[in-house]
Design a protein around this ligand. Structure first.
Ligand code: SF4
Length: 414
């Protein structure tokens, strides 16, 4: 197995994703050239719907990192950030994007023409420390960009109280006022309701798509998780709803016909933590032993339903909940979600990706591992790697651990 490898795409619609990705980045470049204000922001919050409703262009530097990984650009970007003094121990998204904006950014040969420069920066006051630091570094690089410093309470989802929601609502209004002032674009609240309704529909479709993964054999595996691109960059658009509808139709057809990812599915696996973006082919590795990665940490991350009748409140809730759903803001919640997913998708074994590049999602894995064994008698294995930096991934070590784990699981099912 190579260190970098693309996954096998078995879904026709997952192969169509390339066009959706290209169209989105072309749209970002065109927005800039047509004078539409471009705002850079972190993913997984309610600002995306506000931007689309106000006819502004959202761009996600974090999401650009998997694109760089897929195109093999990360080594160059890491070289730039490391020369600037950023340690190899820091988050790979941070090192990649800082390297990119200070290196390849204006290279016309960049994939999709690269990222357009930001007119607005939405710097987060929550989430993890690296994501806040990414934006502080970007602010220095683009001193002309107008900056909105968001301030959201960082609380576990089960501890969100009405006063947190009220505060988040006031932050949403402050963002809308700021965008009106710096761009001259006004908020049309009817359009916002429509945008939130599209966002909610995308989440509903996402849930439906995930529900087919309960089928044995499973019609769709983690190797095709790239479809979540539309949940990150296009939530609130008809494009996302249309794409997910086509994905749902194809998966439903496979599920109804009993067609699985592989012919002889023997083991159902769960993947915890971010995938290795430079090696999505790793998900196919388990297939030679009859294993399929049926679910992953991200499966539940986009299950947030939103009420379009009260769009600002819905977006405030989304902003409060999205990040804690995947990170370890609450270990109890993370534990509950992994255990629930293992029961829901009839999981035989769990792969914990101990991600050198992401402490917030890696934290708590040992406790979850113990509870899986104690409560559900589900074995697990730890794979040491990095979601962005292939220098922290050893193919030989991965194969040794993965092969031994699969052998042990197969003994249990025979
Ligand atoms: S959550 Fe993890 S991967 Fe995402 S920015 Fe923070 S440290 Fe990096």
């Amino acid at each position: 197995m190579d260190k970098a490898k693309k996954s096998n795409k078995r879904l026709k619609t997952a192969r169509e994703l390339q066009k959706v990705v290209t169209d989105y980045y072309v749209q970002c470049i065109e927005a800039k050239s047509q004078g539409k204000p471009v705002g850079w922001m972190p993913p997984m919050n309610g600002a995306i719907e506000i931007f689309y409703a106000m006819d502004l262009q959202p761009v996600f530097p974090e999401n650009w990192s998997p694109v760089c990984a897929a195109f093999g650009l990360t080594p160059q970007n890491f070289e730039v950030s490391e020369q600037m003094g950023y340690s190899r121990d820091l988050c790979g998204y941070l090192r990649n994007i800082i390297g990119y904006v200070n290196g390849l950014m204006n290279d016309k040969e960049s994939p999709f023409g690269g990222l357009p420069e930001p007119d607005i920066l939405l710097t987060p006051g929550g989430g993890c420390v690296p994501v806040m630091k990414i934006f502080h570094a970007i602010e220095k690089k683009f001193p002309k960009a107008k900056i909105f410093s968001a301030d959201l309470p960082q609380v576990a989802t089960e501890e969100i109280k009405e006063h947190h929601v009220e505060y988040a609502i006031s932050e949403m209004h402050r963002l809308i006022d700021f965008l009106t002032e710096v761009t001259g674009h006004r908020m049309d609240y009817e359009k916002l309701k429509h945008t939130v309704a599209l966002s909610d529909r995308a989440c509903e479709l996402w849930d439906e798509i995930m529900s087919y993964r309960r089928n044995i054999p499973v019609p769709f595996s983690a190797a095709e998780m790239g479809i979540m691109f539309v949940m990150v960059t296009l939530q609130g658009t008809q494009t996302a709803v249309d794409f997910l509808t086509r994905v749902r139709d194809e998966i439903k057809e496979k599920a109804d016909s009993g067609i699985g990812v592989i012919e002889n599915e023997k083991l159902r696996l769960f993947w915890d933590n971010i995938p290795l973006w430079y090696n999505m082919g790793l998900f196919n590795y388990f297939e030679k032993s009859g294993g399929v990665v049926v679910a992953e940490t991200y499966s539940a991350a986009w299950s947030l339903r939103m009420d379009p009748k009260d769009p600002v409140r819905a977006l405030a809730m989304k902003s409060l909940m999205s990040y804690p759903l995947v990170s370890c803001v609450s270990i109890n919640k993370r534990k509950e979600m992994v255990l629930k997913a293992c029961k829901k998708y009839t999981i035989d074994g769990v792969i914990f990706h101990r991600n050198k590049s992401c402490v917030p999602i890696t934290l708590g894995q040992m406790e979850i591992k113990r509870e899986l064994e104690k409560q559900l008698n589900i074995p697990s294995v730890i794979i040491d790697a990095d979601h962005m930096d292939e220098r922290n991934f050893s193919v030989a070590q991965f194969q040794t651990r993965a092969d031994a784990f699969m052998e042990m699981l197969l003994e249990n099912v025979i």
